[in-house]
Design a protein around this ligand. Structure first.
Ligand code: C2O
Length: 379
């Protein structure tokens, strides 16, 4: 299967030819004519992704510098920060369309199905590659926001520092939650009063931390048994409801989505999801960044958030023995084309089967502690 990619990240998921906004009105990722090559596994593991809250001073500076350089690239460059954010938006706000016998112009979405985990792994892998190139350090690895461990249960200070040279800062966050203890169950059972992360470690605090740990425990273990439950359902490309949405796995649906909304959306926001997520005139008038899929990639925090989501998938596959995922070739052979190379542009076609083991991508994860914190969930 295969066809030339039109925009940055074309896909041939089950032979569907996706094209970004045939009407030409939406802010699609820049077009590219760079050659397309097939992904080749990396030869060795050179990178260890570390928790943001443990980064050394110099690592923090390097992360800021890398993102600052990415932000300095012209928007027309496929690896500019603007283009990176646009890729995510294009893939979730219905900019990519396909035709089937059942209907024309069906909306393609990388969320709400078994596409979620591998697509995001690939997306942040190419983001990380670009950052590596921008700082000329092949060992640079995308740090993860470890909201699953008590020490990481706050937006990392590195992302909150307002100094002018902090490329990781984003003003479009929920100001009420900036220095609060994360609420991983924010969607179904939001804590009525946010708790200060640096506040007294009293009973309320300890109880809230335990709730967070239990949410992760539920998504990873209790409700995440088997690939279908953990990674999501099979997308339906043939029905006529104008979408490929199936069902989200616990990896996507639980802490991941809660953190998007908790970090990004203002409480009692009058802006409703639909008006923010669909910007068909191309305007960016709704900024809750992390809070809506369409704008999430505009916050640098997104990529460290997804590094942690990716890590929790990795932990599920390895330490928790969840396995490699699905055996269906429709999943294993699904492929996408991503931009690569800041200086010498090319595009890389990569299949889900290529990314099931992070070693093929040359990275692994540093543990936050010897024992996975969520195993201590005390139900
Ligand atoms: Cu594409 Cu966290 O979403």
């Amino acid at each position: 299967t295969g066809y030339p990619g039109l925009a940055s990240a074309a896909a041939d998921v089950n032979d569907k030819h996706l094209s970004c906004d045939p009407s030409g009105k939406l802010p699609c990722p820049p077009l590219s004519t760079a050659p397309i090559v097939d992904f080749k596994p990396e030869r060795s593991v050179k990178r260890v992704r570390q928790p943001v809250h443990r980064l050394s001073r110099s690592y923090q500076e390097k992360y800021k510098l890398a993102v600052a350089r990415m932000k300095a690239l012209p928007a027309s460059h496929p690896l500019s920060f603007t283009a990176q954010a646009a890729i995510h938006q294009a893939y979730c706000d219905g900019y990519y369309r396909y035709d089937t016998a059942a209907g024309k112009n069906q909306t393609f979405d990388v969320h709400f199905s078994w596409i979620f985990a591998p697509w995001h792994r690939i997306y942040i892998y190419f983001y990380e590659r670009a950052l590596r190139e921008l700082v000329g350090d092949d060992t640079f690895a995308l740090p993860y926001w470890s909201w699953d461990a008590p020490e990481g249960m706050v937006i990392p200070p590195l992302f909150r520092d307002k100094s002018a040279n902090n490329s990781l800062y984003d003003p479009y966050r929920n100001q009420a939650n900036l220095d609060k203890l994360v609420d991983l169950d924010y969607l179904s059972n939001a804590r009525p009063v946010p708790i200060d992360f640096d506040g007294p470690k009293d009973e309320t605090y300890i109880e809230a931390v335990n709730c967070n740990l239990c949410t992760v425990y539920d998504q990873q273990i209790r409700n995440g048994k088997g690939a279908r439950n953990f990674l999501g359902g099979v997308p339906n490309f043939t029905d006529t409801d104008n979408t490929d949405r199936a069902s989200s796995g616990t990896l996507e649906q639980m802490a991941h989505t809660a953190m998007h909304v908790w970090a990004g959306r203002a409480p009692n926001s009058t802006e409703d999801n639909s008006t923010c997520a669909f910007e068909h005139d191309g305007s960016y008038n709704c900024r809750n960044d992390m809070g809506f899929l369409g704008s999430a990639g505009r916050d640098p925090l997104f990529y460290s958030h997804h590094s942690n989501v990716d890590r929790l998938w990795h932990i599920w596959s390895t330490a928790l023995r969840g396995g490699n995922g699905f055996n269906d070739t429709a999943w294993l052979d699904s492929s996408f084309v991503f931009f690569d190379g800041v200086r010498i542009p090319r595009r890389v076609r990569i299949r889900f089967r290529d990314v099931l083991d992070t070693r093929n991508l040359g990275y692994t994860y540093a543990a936050v502690s010897e024992k996975l914190p969520f195993l201590s969930c005390n139900l």
